[in-house]
Design a protein around this ligand. Structure first.
Ligand code: ADP
Ligand code: MG
Length: 469
């Protein structure tokens, strides 16, 4: 079949010319027809036809000949009627760097510029693009999976790999800096790589609103609707942004329904679950909740350590295990800050030309560490732990040693060590003037119990999360 021959030729071409050139010049080609020993391909503008003729026609002919020896000629024609449609699709699918060939440039002038040159940067470039740029680092490969995010990760993979819509929408939610945007970009990268024909549109809810308002002002809502309703995969990041923005919500609701009706995949992220989103209309909330809702929890120590190891490896730097453990203990707010801390430590060591040590790390991150100390106090920890185990707060400092109060007290000491930067003697003093060796013993004991007893470990983790949240 000619169509499948063409598909195979395109795959080979893409391998040869690379993604950007492919997207700019070859994907817009449509198969126009076939006669005897010639295939006819169509492009939307003369400029594109000329470009493809001089740069790729010969190669296409050779590749096609290999697929089907009967084909000896490749003819490329201009088919203007398709121009608008192709342009729209190209805009939707292409990232900003794969500049759409500019039809208004003369062939001569354009020839000197490589087809994959980045789009000229002007004030409007960002705004004129329908979608947002994808961060090339935000791939599945670079995403470290752990307990807090494995469900969201699995759901994202599923959406990225499925040819058919499995759940619609996929709704990802979680606190800031925990990897929502990373996962969304990863889905987009994966789909574009595997199946460049599918148009994937990623943008923030803010940008969606901006585009919508512009369309309203320009009285151009028809083409706005068309653009958004013709994509295969629509991803809207940080949907909480449109809380209270009724007109945008209404439009989004209709876009959403139109896409679901056509079995197109939708992925949404927010900082809260659909039912907790305030200022979002009930009908939209319930629509967003009817696919798969996956949350990303606060990081655990293990995940933070894993992320640090992976980032250090990516940066190609050697960071002592002790330093990574220290960072994983201290920078608990979110992954973005954790990354930032690691970057600072690495940058500092490269700048002064000295190896990374625990001392320099503490020095470089002084301000950050102090800030994280301010967040959680030993008193807060004692209070939370006492509440959790329903014992009196006074037991935290009492001399009683019965297991019923001693264990919670040990947990509180352990958390104090983990979540604050107080020294062992300081912690001891806050627990009824105990010795630092008592605190050390408590920390060790809790670590052992966490290892041995899954329930216990979860309990401690829960407390930690409550304190951090
Ligand atoms: P959110 O959108 O939830 O606010 P982001 O996706 O922007 O968070 O993540 C913040 C930073 O943390 C990004 O640089 C991202 O690559 C990184 N990050 C988050 N989670 C992970 C993870 N599990 N593995 C690797 N990097 C991560
Ligand atoms: Mg984000």
């Amino acid at each position: 079949m000619v169509k499948s021959e063409w598909d195979r030729v395109k795959v080979r071409l893409k391998d040869e010319v690379g993604d950007a050139a492919y997207r700019s010049w070859l994907r817009p080609i449509t198969l126009h027809g076939i006669s005897d020993d010639a295939v006819r391909l169509a492009l939307p503008t003369r400029f594109m036809r000329d470009w493809v003729n001089t740069h790729y026609a010969e190669r296409i002919r050779t590749l096609w000949g290999a697929e089907n020896p009967a084909i000896r000629n490749v003819e490329i024609v201009v088919e203007a009627a398709r121009a608008a449609a192709v342009k729209a699709v190209a805009e939707l699918a292409a990232p900003r760097s794969a500049a759409e060939p500019a039809a208004n440039v003369t062939p001569l002038a354009a020839k000197s510029a490589p087809p994959c040159a980045p789009a000229p940067v002007n004030g409007n470039a960002e705004n004129d693009e329908l979608g947002a740029q994808l961060d090339p680092r935000f791939t599945f490969k670079n995403f470290v999976v752990g307990k807090p995010n494995e469900f969201a990760w699995a759901a994202a993979r599923r959406v990225a790999e499925a040819d058919q819509v499995s759940f619609n929408p996929l709704f990802l939610y979680g606190g800031v800096g925990l990897g929502k945007t990373h996962l969304m970009h990863a889905i987009a990268h994966h789909i574009r790589e595997r199946n460049p024909e599918r148009s994937v549109l990623y943008l923030s809810a803010e940008k969606f609103m901006y585009r919508f308002i512009r369309a309203l002002r320009g009285q151009d809502t028809m083409s706005f609707k068309e653009q958004f309703r013709s994509v295969d995969v629509l991803m809207i990041d940080d949907v909480q942004f449109i809380a209270g923005k009724d007109a945008t919500q209404e439009e989004f609701f209709h876009t959403f329904n139109a896409l679901v009706d056509q079995s197109r995949q939708i992925v949404i992220s927010a900082d809260k679950s659909p039912s907790d989103l305030e200022g979002i209309e009930e009908r939209l909330r319930s629509r967003m909740a009817c696919g798969l809702v996956a949350d990303i929890h606060a990081t655990t120590y293990e995940l933070r350590l894993g992320i640090l190891q992976s980032k250090a490896e990516q940066m190609g730097v050697i960071v002592p295990e002790k330093v990574m453990e220290f960072l994983a203990h201290k920078i608990i707010s979110n992954v973005r800050e954790l990354e930032g801390a690691l970057n600072r430590v690495v940058a500092h060591s490269q700048l002064v030309g000295r190896a990374i040590t625990l001392e320099t790390t503490q020095e470089v991150l002084q301000d950050l560490l102090r800030a994280s100390d301010r967040r959680i106090t030993i008193e807060e920890i004692q209070k939370k732990v006492a509440e959790h185990f329903t014992i009196k707060l006074a037991e935290m400092s009492s001399a009683r040693r019965s297991r019923q109060v001693a264990r919670p007290r040990q947990i509180a000491m352990y958390l104090a060590k983990q979540l604050t930067s107080r020294s062992l003697p300081e912690i001891g003093r806050k627990f009824g003037g105990r010795d630092h060796t008592t605190v050390m013993h408590a920390v060790k004991k809790v670590e052992e119990l966490k290892e041995a007893d899954q329930n216990f470990a979860e309990d401690v983790e829960l407390l930690r999360r409550m304190l951090q949240g």
